[in-house]
Ligand binder design. Sequence first.
Ligand code: N01
Length: 540
Amino acid sequence: MELDYDSIIIGGGFGGIFHLHHLRKLGFSAHLFEAGAKLGGIWYWNCYPGARVDTEVPVYQIPELELNAEFDWKEKYPGREALRDYFEHIDKVWGLKKDISFNSRVTGAQWDNEKLRWDVKIAQMQLNGPTEIIRHSKSIILCTGFASKPYYPPFADPKKFKGLMYHTSAWPQESMSMKGKRVAVIGTGASGVQVVQTIAHEVKSMTVYQRTPNYALPMGNNELPQERLDYYREKYPELVEKMNTTYAGFLYDFHPGECMKATPEEREALFEELYHKGGLHFWLGTYQDILKNLEANNFAYEFWRRKTQERVHDKEKAEKLAPANPPHPYGTKRVSLEMNYFEAFNQENVDVVALKENPIDTFTEKGIRTADGEEREFDLIVLATGFDAISGGIVQIDVRGEDGRSIGEKWSDGIRTHLGMASRNFPNMFIIYGPQAPTAFATGAYSAQVQGRWVGDCLSYLRDNEYSKIQPKVEAEEEWNEHVNEVAQAGLFSETESWYFGTNIPGKRKEALNYMGGMQMYKQKLRENRENGYASFDLE
Ligand code: N01
C-alpha cells in the first residue's frame, strides 16, 4: 500500500498538536496540515483586539507535566499573545514543526476502499497562488476546532460599505490602531464583548448592535505572582486529578444543593459568593437546578440583572443590556466573561442599539441604517457574529467516505457519529472537538488529551491486531444519537436559540451539537468501548 503517513492530522490547535505528539510517541508516522501561518488554531485566527480565553490557568493547558515545567503564565486568564507563546513553547518541548506544513488548507479527502487509505487534497499557499497536492494516509484526524467557519449574516448590501469591515475571526494579523475611529460592533457574544471592552476608551465613537443581551459575568482576571505559579507547578498532579472528576474538566463543579430548596438568604449568599469569585462560578459552580427548572433559573437571572443594572448609569441603556423580561433562561447560551464591559456603556461615546426593536435595514456607503431610518456613519464595522459552530468546520471540507457521499450529505438528515468521534462510511476517520462530543462543555486542551488518548489506543489496537479498517456500526450511531439528544433535552438549554443547537444559523437543522452528559460520563463511555475491544465498531 502506497502511503505517505500513517495519519494525517488537520488543524494546528490544541487537538492537532496533541495528536501529532501522541501518535508519534506511539510509533506512528503523522503529519499535520494547518491553513494558518503559525500554530494556535483559533488563537491564530482570532486576533481581534482583546481576544482572551475564559478558562483560567492552570486548567487551560494541555495536562502533561513536561509542558508546564518552564512556561510562566502572566495572567489568570491569558490573552491571545500569551496563548500563542504557549503554543511555541509546546513546539520547543515536543519538536512539532518538522512534521507540520503551514499555509496548507485541506480541502477534501476521499476514502479508497481498495487501497484502504485516504487520499487527502491540500491547497498550499504559494506566492503565486495555491498549489494542490495529494497525500495518502491510513487514517485522518479532523482537529478543525469548533469555530473554524465564521458566520456572515445575510445583511442587505454589505458590499456597499466603503470603510473597513472585519469578522472577528478573520481579523488582520497586523495590529490596527483604533484611535479616533468610528466603530460599529455587530454581535454581543464573547467576541463582541471583548472587542467592546478593549477598544471603547480609544475609539472616537462606538455603536454596539445587540440582538440578544449577553448575560456576561465578571472575569476576575489578575496577574499571576510567581508564588502562585510555583504552587500550581508543585500541585499540578493533584490539580489534574481534581479536573479528572468534574463535569467540564474544571477545578470546581456544580453546587451540591438545590436552588428551590434554599432559603432566600442562603440563595443570595451563594449567588454573591460565586459572582464575586469571578469566572464561570456563577454558571458551572452554582445550583444545578438553575439549568433545569425555570423558577430556579429566574432567581439567577434576577440576581444577574440587579448586579448588571447597578453598573450601568443610563437607565435606558441598562434596560437594553439587562432587560426586565429575560430573552432566554439564564445560562442557556454560552455565558461570557467580561472585564468592565458594562462600564464601557457609561462612556458618552458608546451607545447600544437593540436590534429586536430596531433591526438593521441595510448597509450604506458610509455605515449602517436601521429600521427607524437612522443612518450611523463608521470607519470600521466589526462583525462579531459568531460561527457555523461545531459541525460547520467539518462539513465545509469535502470529505467523502466509502460510498462516495460527503460527510455534509450524510449529516444533512441529522448528524450521526459514534462517541462524537467516528462516523459510519468514513473508515479510519476521527473527529476531535466536534459534534456529539463534550466540545463546548469542556475545555479544548483537556478534551484534546482525552480524545487523543482514545484515538491513540484505537490505532494501536488496529496495528497490534492487524486490522486495516474501523468504522462504527449503524446501531451504535443510532444509540449514541439518542443518548446525546436525550441528555440535551433534560435541561433548559434546548429551548434557547444558540449555536449549541445550530439555531444561530438560518436553515441549519436544530439538533444537539454537544454531548451534555459531562466529561466524566463521556470518559466512561470511551473506556467501555476500549475495554470491550471496540465491540460497537466494525473491524476489518
Ligand atoms: O459568537 P456568538 P462569538 N444580526 O455566536 C449576533 C468562544 N469564544 O464569536 O445572540 C445581528 O456567541 C448574535 O446574536 P444572537 C465562546 O465559546 C470564547 O462571540 O444570535 N446580530 C450574537 O450576539 C463563544 O461562545 C472566547 O441574537 C447577529 C453574536 O452575533 C464562542 O466562541 C472569546 C446576527 C454572535 O455571538 C462564539 O463566540 C471568543 C445578525 N444577523 C469566542 N447574527 C473566550 O474565551 C448573529 N448575531 C473569552
